[in-house]
Design a protein around this ligand. Structure first.
Ligand SMILES: Cc1cc2nc3c(=O)[nH]c(=O)nc-3n(C[C@H](O)[C@H](O)[C@H](O)COP(=O)(O)OP(=O)(O)OC[C@H]3O[C@@H](n4cnc5c(N)ncnc54)[C@H](O)[C@@H]3O)c2cc1C
Length: 382
């Protein structure tokens, strides 16, 4: 097998501390650890932070199965069944109430109708404007209808990955927190506190693939994508029972991209909603078990993401929220920045040497696909 590593002296008496070492304790790394422990492997997770602080706790918690196509849909379906199992066995709070998507304009409704035709009316259930308003807090006068997406799930993004890590630890996975990985070669993970050995290594470090394998990252055109997010006090308002997406979401999920009318909708957004296009907004919402409404999100890409979040971006997100829900007084309780890996392809998968696999979700669908992707990567290593 070709190798991206410089040759190292072979050590015929190397002992393996573990059967599988996973670098990174985000949802992808935890998914690899889950598959490993399910298969009876001795698994260690090495994480440079003291807790889970990456993309996997900064997101909406929307498991958007219906919006995917191709490999992403396969990973999403596998992720879905794993999450349902984790709901039963690990106590994760996994809502099976599906998701909703609001259509504003006949073009958005037409796209939903085409998706319903393609996927079947059990996966995409169309609703009239009156039905949609009846079941959601949406009060936008331009509402033309919507759809209910029963396959989608919702988890609480702040607690799902930490709970999974705690459960894996109970099942015997060793977690090395606050231990930065400095280098990887077949059989060996070099950390800031010495070497660890395993026959199989999964590198699940999100955008930091470029720190270990710069040529691989460059070939994949890997960059970072920064996102502005906020949470609102939603007490006293009609609850949002399930994730709520909008037409701007249709413009980013691959299931819509091949449908007739997609390009025309994109053109209309450029014409009618230039701020949404300039800020690359996916206007969507989920409500946390605490009651807070998560609002997002803008997107900006680069090799480095500066931490300075423009207040004008939040102003735009809030204006869109007022318009959609017909509310004026909004109280922001949190703001944060997320960062995820971004590339033209949805996944970066690479085998830099024997027994080593790099896996990164290179668009904003890692909660939806990460557990399925990680499981398939571990299966390949067996
Ligand atoms: C704002 C936002 C909203 C999103 N919303 C959704 C959504 O609703 N649905 C959805 O499906 N997806 C969503 N996503 C995308 C999803 O959150 C990510 O794709 C997913 O969490 C990526 O998981 P990960 O495990 O690859 O990365 P991370 O969670 O970032 O984990 C990578 C880990 O690797 C560790 N690491 C890196 N380098 C080293 C090193 N040298 N040594 C040791 N450890 C290291 C990091 O510390 C980190 O903990 C969203 C993302 C963001 C940012």
């Amino acid at each position: 097998m070709s190798s991206d590593f410089s040759p190292v002296a072979a050590n015929p008496v190397t002992t393996h501390d573990y059967d599988l070492i996973v670098v990174g304790a985000g949802i992808v790394g935890l998914g690899a650890a889950l598959e490993g422990v399910d298969r009876g492997l001795r698994v260690a997770v090495v994480e440079r932070a003291a807790a889970i602080t990456g993309s996997s706790v900064r997101n909406f918690g929307h498991i958007g199965v219906t919006g995917q196509s191709g490999a992403a849909l396969e990973y999403a379906l596998e992720t879905r069944s794993r999450l349902l199992r984790l709901g039963r066995e690990a106590g994760l709070s996994v809502s099976q109430r599906g998701a909703t998507i609001a259509a504003r304009g006949s073009d958005e409704l037409a796209l939903l109708a085409l998706l319903a035709e393609e996927r079947g009316s059990d996966q995409v259930v169309l609703a009239t404007a009156a039905e949609f308003a009846e079941t959601t807090p949406v009060r936008d006068p331009s509402l033309s209808g919507g759809a209910y997406l029963p396959l989608d799930l919702q988890v609480d993004p702040r607690t799902a990955a930490p709970q999974l890590a705690a459960w894996l630890e109970e099942r015997g996975v060793t977690f090395h927190w606050r231990r930065a990985v400095l280098g990887i070669e077949p059989g060996t993970v070099h950390t800031a506190a010495g070497e660890l050995h395993a026959e199989r290594i999964v590198v699940a470090v999100n955008f930091d693939v470029d720190q270990f394998f710069p040529e691989v990252a460059a070939a994949a055109q890997l960059r970072r994508c920064g996102l502005d997010m906020l949470a609102l006090d939603w007490s006293g308002r009609r609850p949002l029972d399930r994730p709520l997406l909008t037409g701007s979401s249709m413009l980013r999920y691959s299931a819509f991209a091949q449908l007739d009318g997609y390009a025309a909708l994109r053109d209309r957004y450029r014409r009618d909603f230039p701020a949404v296009v300039d800020l690359d907004i996916n206007q969507m919402y989920t409500q946390r078990p605490t009651g807070q409404l998560i609002v997002g999100d803008t997107h900006y890409r680069g090799d480095a993401i500066l931490p300075f979040q423009a207040e004008s971006s939040f102003d735009e997100l809030l204006a869109l929220t007022r318009g959609l829900f017909g509310v004026d007084d909004l109280r922001v309780v949190e703001r944060w920045q997320g960062v995820y890996a971004s590339a033209p392809d949805e996944f970066l998968l690479h085998s830099p040497g024997d027994g080593v696999r790099v896996a990164s979700v290179t668009t904003g669908i890692g909660m939806t696909t990460g557990l399925g992707l990680a499981a398939s990567v571990v299966r390949e290593l067996l």
